[in-house]
Design a binder for this molecule. Sequence first.
Ligand SMILES: [Zn+2]
Length: 299
Amino acid sequence: MTETIDVLAGLVAAGGVVVLSGAGLSTESGIPDYRGPTGAARRHTPMTYQVFTREAAARQRYWARSHLGWRMIARAAPNDGHRAVARLQAAGLVDGVITQNVDGLHTAAGSGQVVELHGRLDAVVCLRCGDRSSREELDRRLVAANPGFDATVAVVNPDGDVELDDERVAGFRMVDCTCCGAGMLKPDVVFFGETVPVDRVSRCFAMVGRARSLLVLGSSLTVLSGRRFVLRAAKLGIPVVIANQGVTRGDGYAALRVDAPLGRLLPRLVDRVAPGVTRASGGGVDGSAPVAVVTPVAG
Ligand SMILES: [Zn+2]
């Protein structure tokens, strides 16, 4: 185990690291990872772009559930893993972060050079005029348009998933864009069935191309949207390290595999390679706890 952390520390200490993060990095902030080892099966199939834009009823259901579940995301704070990445960056070892997460927690932890591959849930875009606005502002408008809606629906699950019967959904009133007056609003995130903007993908490929190593944190690499950067790094001969609880679809390309809770692994890593860098506020790392299972993969 110690040996593997030595290898990991050696790679990170060399600098030029690009981080690719996924849902597993945010689970310790209370945001569920439906594909992770502890994630329950998703109760609702994810919304696709096609259904969202075509069906008013589906849109109404999405916003009604999202209006309730949003509070959980809005409350979430960065954890030791996010802070560790920011510290590695402050130490000059991490050049940039590509995240598949839409929770904004990397930037909240103080990271810069973050590409939010799938957008941000705290922003809203108008599909007619393209105006971008804040989710907080929309939240205020929805509260005003739906007085008492929260109180009548006391079925927000602890993981933010929401059960809503059709009658309640039918009573939910959605609002439109204030900029053009009639445009359909959509959270500024990439839905299933939608592609990531080309310039955003190019930026990520450029980052990967300049990297000395690619460090995957908390992603099962199920979706090609993130996995393609692992494939690119492997093709360029850039070592890929995958730290994730459970197997991933990129394991065959990894020079090193670490199976450990990131909130414990990453602070330990930072203490090894950048001990002088001030920890961001918060903390509370249990230094005595052992890092779980560490599995090196040939490659
Ligand atoms: Zn508009």
